[in-house]
Design a protein around this ligand. Structure first.
Ligand SMILES: [Zn+2]
Length: 219
């Protein structure tokens, strides 16, 4: 079975996105995704709600947690983690409760990457986002990939889509003989397979238009 996953999507539960679950599902179908990760800023509620509403698109529920050192994506945890706490403590707490941790845009200072603090949580990381479509400085993504290779960390790509249009800017394609059923199956797929990544940088013009109110969200 072919899994096509964009792991890093924001919904309207994030203060900086207007995408409703239905709109996200429609866009996901349009770009050929069958699995999505929703990780809103500081809350898992949006993702849990979307998961309830979804019929055909598999939703992995997560949250993007801002720590003192930068952001981490936490999946497989159905409670909101406290923001702006110490990175190591936050990750430890999450892992103790069975969370799956992906570090997004690790070396992008413009996107709250955790930078060199990554070394402190190396043993707690389940996967590294080695392509983030929002990273403007090309080197930040290549640095993430080199770090993942050096430290033998599983790799994923994320669109970090706050606009519907950006969903699918990063598609991870996994081929697996057995269809993953539980979230755990998906996590072990991410940990054991390097996906083919179909990636595209996000469209700055579209972003500017959305800020000016020219671009309207599709329904
Ligand atoms: Zn994000």
């Amino acid at each position: 079975m072919e899994i096509k996953l964009d792991i890093h999507i924001h919904s309207s539960a994030s203060p900086d996105s207007k995408s409703t679950p239905e709109q996200i599902f429609a866009r996901a179908r349009e770009v050929g995704l069958n699995t999505i990760g929703i990780a809103d800023h500081g809350t898992v509620e949006g993702a849990l709600q979307a998961r309830k509403l979804s019929r055909d698109i598999r939703v992995l529920a997560g949250q993007e947690v801002l720590t003192k050192q930068g952001e981490v994506l936490v999946f497989n945890l159905e409670e909101n983690l406290e923001q702006r706490q110490d990175l190591l403590q936050t990750c430890r707490k999450a892992k103790d409760k069975g969370a799956f941790i992906i570090v997004p845009h690790p070396f992008d200072p413009l996107r709250s990457g955790i930078g060199s603090s990554i070394k402190k949580i190396l043993h707690l990381i389940d996967a590294l986002e080695v392509f983030n479509s929002k990273c403007f400085m090309g080197r930040t993504n290549s640095k993430a990939r080199a770090f993942a290779e050096q430290n033998k960390l599983p790799m994923v790509a994320g669109s970090d889509a706050h606009l519907l249009h950006d969903i699918g800017n990063a598609i991870n394609v996994y081929n697996t003989p057995k269809a993953p059923k539980t979230d755990k199956d998906f996590h072990s797929l991410i940990k054991t397979q390097t996906p083919e990544m179909i990636t595209k940088r996000f469209n700055m013009l579209m972003f500017m238009k959305s800020k000016m109110g020219v671009y309207t969200l599709k329904t």
